[in-house]
Design a protein around this ligand. Sequence first.
Ligand code: AMP
Length: 114
Amino acid sequence: MSDCIFCKIAEKKIPSKIVHEDERAVAFEDVNPQAPVHVLVISKKHVVSMADLHEADASLLGHLMLTGHKVAKQKGIAEGGYRIVVNTGANGGQSVFHLHLHVLGGRAMHWPPG
Ligand code: AMP
């Protein structure tokens, strides 16, 4: 989508610190990290949010989750534990409307989240 910032990152039209890329996903450093490790995993295909996924997207969603784990391993936080967050919609705290997983780690996470 032409006015979507994450589509532009996936297309390398705006700069980002990419840590992983494959045929369906891109992972890059969050510009405003909330933990020592904070990477976003996005779908190359423009999907607005979890609310816009369908049964046919199950494989894509699984791929994004597995990519999140791959990134966690790459960043050295898989063994100690980490958190994957998918903010969805206004009450979920979503601010960029292109589906993304936050991979957070490198410190102990708190519960409940804010
Ligand atoms: P959310 O609030 O769940 O939609 O998360 C959006 C995330 O995108 C936030 O953590 C932002 O810091 C991050 N973000 C926004 N613009 C950029 C960008 N250009 N490069 C990297 N991260 C970004």
